[in-house]
Design a protein. Structure first.
Length: 135
């Protein structure tokens, strides 16, 4: 049986634009991911306290608040971060400059491929789960 590219992965997603958030959640779910979506930085920290994630997608500007503290918190727990944004790479602080940064408008194939890489999967891998930090 061939699994979908993001099967059995749990993706945290922080986005304040309702339409982008819903479209992204739907597209990731079609690829097999379970997506936990939140639209504010305080809610993001609440979700991170209670949940374990395999990877994270973050918009940089969440209603005028930076998602950088959320990204740092995720990386401290070993969760790889991908930023989806309309901002240029130079907006990222040095400690997050290695995070993938696909630009909006979103092109889905590169985003899914990048998530596969972050999850340690190659194209076509039949992986049951990448969760090692959540038990």
């Amino acid at each position: 049986m061939h699994l979908k590219p993001l099967a059995n992965s749990r993706i945290f997603y922080l986005e304040d634009d309702f339409y982008i958030a819903e479209d992204t959640r739907e597209r990731l779910a079609e690829q097999g991911a379970e997506v936990v979506l939140t639209g504010s930085v305080p809610r993001a920290f609440d979700a991170l306290r209670d949940e374990g994630f395999d990877a994270a997608l973050l918009d940089i500007n969440i209603s005028g608040t930076s998602s950088v503290p959320v990204a740092r918190s995720l990386r401290e727990t070993g969760v790889p971060v991908l930023f989806l944004t309309g901002y240029a790479r130079d907006i990222l602080p040095a400690d997050l400059s290695s995070c993938p940064l696909p630009m909006k408008p979103i092109e889905w194939e590169p985003v899914v491929s990048t998530l596969q890489e972050l999850l340690g999967r190659g194209e076509g891998d039949d992986v049951l789960s990448t969760r090692t930090h959540r038990q």
